[in-house]
Design a protein around this ligand. Sequence first.
Ligand code: SF4
Ligand code: SF4
Length: 232
Amino acid sequence: MVTSSFHKRFIEFCELNSHCRALELETGSSLNSETLNSWQETLDLLKDCYQQSRERELVAKALVDPYFPLSKLRKLNVEQFAAEPKFADLTENVLAKIVAEHLLKWTEIFLSIREDLAKLDRTGQVSGMGLTGSPNENLPEAGWCDYCGGCCEIRGGPPEFTGSFAPPGRWHAYFSGDGCEHQRFCPFLFEYFASSKFFCSIYQVKPKCCWVFDRDECEFLQNDVAREQARL
Ligand code: SF4
Ligand code: SF4
């Protein structure tokens, strides 16, 4: 694995990806060939940090998906990783290796959920939206929620899914936090076109503990975050 340049390539891809996705949302159509080429080149550079072709394929396939939660990964698993006490003494290269391996694992989990949803959710009864990948498909109306995804920044919870819904077996491990070592947010949290708007990909069947989180809890969390930011 090329760790020395991983961080730089990852950030460059995040930046360009946000720009390209914003253009897609603005125009409601695909990117022109010039923009698409530079986006692809940046993705190729990131992908080439990985040695095995299977790894490169996973990274490429997940990162071209308009719902891959790249901004959340960047914030929690790249930028904030370095500030966590357990990683504080690591060299840049060792940290980059952990981050790169985590990104790879997250692509695998994300694609497996995408695959499950494609089989289970042909009419949007699990997600609450069609997940068509089109910039013309809007996020579902969320009322007072602004899609910050803060309430889904969890390392795991009890996987008691709603009602009679029988989820694929691996979803229990994913929600519990057993899907990978460095989970910092829920694997079912997707991002809408790199816009830092996050949504629950299994909204209609989400676990019981997620339904308990309502407007009061949200306000409490937002105040807590604001207090923490003011302290820094
Ligand atoms: S923390 Fe509140 S505003 Fe943010 S996603 Fe959760 S419910 Fe919505
Ligand atoms: S299941 Fe949905 S609502 Fe619950 S933590 Fe995960 S993404 Fe958030």
